[in-house]
Ligand binder design. Structure first.
Ligand SMILES: Nc1ncnc2c1ncn2[C@@H]1O[C@H](COP(=O)(O)OP(=O)(O)O[C@H]2O[C@H](CO)[C@@H](O)[C@H](O)[C@H]2O)[C@@H](O)[C@H]1O
Length: 482
């Protein structure tokens, strides 16, 4: 039997993306198709989503959804079976999905994402003619209320799953919004939406779901501790029999160095020499001097989570050791400024591009020698997986999904030809310096360096295994509910 899955998310590649969530929600439906799961994904009708819709079918109309008119449109885009919540008052805005151009969160986010979730629950309750899901899978706080609405409504028996992509974002609001959520009185309380005196959307999802997944086995363990649990570790420990860590995969159609139209020269593990052309293009693009020193790269949100403050402090050391660096990122304005100042200080050795540029991120992976990921916490991390595929050696903090996907170049691993990267203790400036030193040494030893590149390129982080795990989990939840 083919499983009918409703996925609900606030981002989906290639239509709307601010981070790794979009990569996952965009790739998983295709991967699941091979495992007997037919997924439809409900997303908000942001301008970039509506612009891509082409021929869409109106499948549901609301006169008043949290105070605004709305419709649900169905369309096939880029191989995805989409349901789009078109509510222009909520989503047709200049700026990002969560905030204005100045980076301030929209004041009505509670209403915007309650509306998305309400629409998801309505679909589970049979709002679309001729289609009802067998299971509902929602992603992060923006969609988490879907399962709370389901639990307190007529679709309570349909299995529901919440995936945590990042516990740092929880969707917390004041208690005053409760009356506006349209939930029954019994939904208020520690077993419902109440969270430290206010309301927590992710929390409400985690207590209401039949299963909770997160995006790596190590992060699934880490979030049980106060250090990484961000206030939810108690709840998560209470539901540990329902918690699963399933590693993210890579969309190998989009991230394939042997057939990537976004890089100057395609290559594979046996033609690593061809990377030189990409490296030269990278040097030109970032104004780097041309020499044999490794080019470190960073492709990241510039935030505390990603350890970018530690990185800024290590830049003089990196250059002092002879390294070069190309940075693509945006985020915290102070970090952006500090990176630009470092580029000024070290002209020709550090190049920085502030902004978000998908095609350029491919050039960095294809031309860079080593990607730096000094995250304080990292639920899975995708850029190290892209780097592995592209022969760009990951240099990562030993935390979360980074610890699950990179094999540190210790003596044993190098001897066995198994090493794929360099690992260091998270949050430790000296450990980061040490990792940079190790990269400089390893890079001088060409046979060892190339063996690391090839081992990384051989590793299989496609969606195949993980999609099978999601499909198996869906089947077990459906069987349990029957
Ligand atoms: N300036 C820029 N220009 C172009 N592209 C850029 C960019 N900055 C970042 N990106 C891209 O955005 C994505 C970021 O993915 P990550 O997995 O690193 O992180 P994120 O923290 O957003 O996601 C959260 O969800 C994902 C998915 O589950 C988890 O892997 C992760 O650990 C968790 O924090 C990658 O595709 C990367 O290439």
């Amino acid at each position: 039997m083919t499983i009918k899955l409703l996925s609900v998310a606030s981002e989906i590649y290639p239509l709307i993306k601010t981070g790794g969530l979009a990569d996952v929600t965009g790739a998983l439906p295709g991967a699941l198709a091979g495992h007997g799961v037919a997924a439809r994904t409900l997303v908000p009708g942001y301008p970039s989503v509506i612009a891509h819709l082409g021929k869409a079918k109106l499948v549901r109309r609301y006169d008043d959804l949290f105070g605004v008119p709305a419709t649900i449109l169905a369309a096939q885009v880029a191989g995805l079976d989409l349901l789009v919540l078109d509510a222009p008052d909520f989503f047709a805005r200049e700026g990002g999905p969560y905030g204005d151009l100045g980076g301030h969160d929209w004041g009505d986010n509670w209403r915007r994402f309650a509306a998305l979730s309400r629409a998801g629950a309505d679909i589970a309750e049979g709002a679309l003619k001729g289609w009802r899901p067998d299971i509902v899978h929602v992603h992060d706080w923006q969609a988490a209320m879907t399962v709370a609405y389901m639990r307190f409504g007529p679709a309570a028996a349909i299995p529901k799953l919440v995936t945590i992509h990042n516990l740092a974002f929880q969707g917390r609001f004041g208690a005053g919004i409760f009356a506006g959520l349209g939930l029954p009185a019994q939904a208020w309380g520690v077993d419902g939406v109440e969270y430290y005196g206010g309301i927590g959307y992710l929390k409400a999802g985690l207590v209401s779901a039949d299963a909770i997944t997160t995006v790596s086995p190590t992060y699934a363990q880490e979030i049980r501790s106060p250090v990484h649990g961000m206030g939810l570790d108690g709840l998560i420990n209470g539901r540990v029999d329902r918690l699963h860590g399933i590693l993210n995969g890579v969309d190998t159609n989009i991230w394939n160095p042997a057939a990537d139209a976004l890089i100057p020269k395609a290559y594979h593990a046996r033609t690593l020499g061809a990377r030189a052309a990409n490296r030269r293009a990278l040097e030109r693009r970032f104004g780097l001097e041309s020499d044999d020193a490794p080019i470190f790269i960073i492709v990241s949100r510039l935030t505390w989570q990603k350890g970018m403050d530690l990185m800024v402090d290590a830049l003089d050391h990196l250059v002092g050791m002879g390294g070069r660096l190309a940075v693509l990122g945006s985020g915290d304005h102070a970090l952006e400024g500090a990176l630009l100042a470092a580029a000024d200080r070290h002209r020709g050795r550090i190049g920085v591009q502030i902004g978000y540029d998908e095609p350029l991120s491919h050039l960095l992976q294809a031309g860079g020698d080593a990607i730096l990921i000094p995250s304080r916490f990292e639920p899975c991390g995708l850029t190290q997986l892209y780097a592995l595929r592209y022969g760009c050696v990951p240099v990562v903090a030993r935390v979360g999904g980074l610890a699950d996907t990179v094999i540190d170049a210790n003596e044993a691993a190098v001897g066995a030809g198994a090493a794929t990267g360099v690992m260091f203790a998270p949050g430790d400036p000296l450990a980061l310096h040490g990792a940079i030193n190790r990269v400089m040494d390893l890079h001088r030893d060409k046979p060892v360096w190339q063996a690391m590149q090839r081992a990384g390129m051989r590793a299989d982080f496609s969606w195949t295994h993980s999609a099978a795990r999601y499909a198996a989990l869906y089947r077990s939840l459906i069987a349990e509910a029957a």
